[in-house]
Design a binder for this molecule. Sequence first.
Ligand code: HQG
Length: 195
Amino acid sequence: MDRQKNLTKISKYMSLILRHRPDVIGLTLDPHGWAGVRELIRGIQGKYPVFSREMLEEIVRTDEKQRYSFDQHGMRIRANQGHSVHVDVDMEEKDPPEILYHGTGRKSQSSILAKGLLPGSRLFVHLSGDTETARKVGKRHGDPVIFIVHAGQMARDGYTFRLSANGVWQIPQVPAKYLELTYEDPEREKESKEE
Ligand code: HQG
C-alpha cells in the first residue's frame, strides 16, 4: 500500500481512538483528552506494525483539518474536537459571528426542523463558518442540505459557543427556532446555471 494511503488509514484509526474508543488499544485518556504518545504509538503498532513516531508527527503536521495536537513537550497528544468520550479539551469560549452553518443529509431535515440540532453521540453539535465547509460535512450524510444557524441571536439569548483549536464551532444543541433551511447558495446556483 502506498505511504499516503497508509497514513490516511492510520489517521482514521487515531481519530477513532482519541475521540471515541481509546479502549480498543487499552488506552485511557486523561480528563482533558490527552493520551501518552508512546502508549498511542505502541497501541497502533498492534494493528499497523510499520507505525512510528515519525509517521505520527507527519499525520499531525499534514492533517487537512488539523485534527490533533501535541502538548508543549511532545509527550502527549489529543484530538482537538469531535469526541464522544466525556473529556474537556479546553476549548475557548468565544462570541460567534452572526451566522454559522450546519451541513447535514436531506434525510435528517424534517427531524432537525422539529427537534433542533442535537449532538447525537458526540459532546457537541458542530457548526461551520462557511457554506462550503458545511456542504462537505453534509455530503458525508448523503444529499446535503445546509442550515443557517442564527448564532448571534443565540449568544444574545445566553448560549455559550466554543471554538476548537482547529476552528470548528461547537455548541451543545441548537433549538429549532434559531434554524433556517437554505435551499440555495451561490455555489449551487452557479452549478445549476452551468448545467
Ligand atoms: C444530525 C467531521 C436528526 C446532524 C466534520 C449530523 C464535522 C440530527 C448527524 C464532524 C438531529 C450527526 C461532525 C436531529 C442533528 N434529528 N438528525 N434532531 N440533530 N442531527 O458525524 O456534524 O472529519 O456526529 O445533522 O467535518 O456530521 O470527523 O456530526 O448529520 O466537523 O474530523 O446528526 O465530523 O469531522 O453526525 O460531523 P456527526 P457532523 P472529521
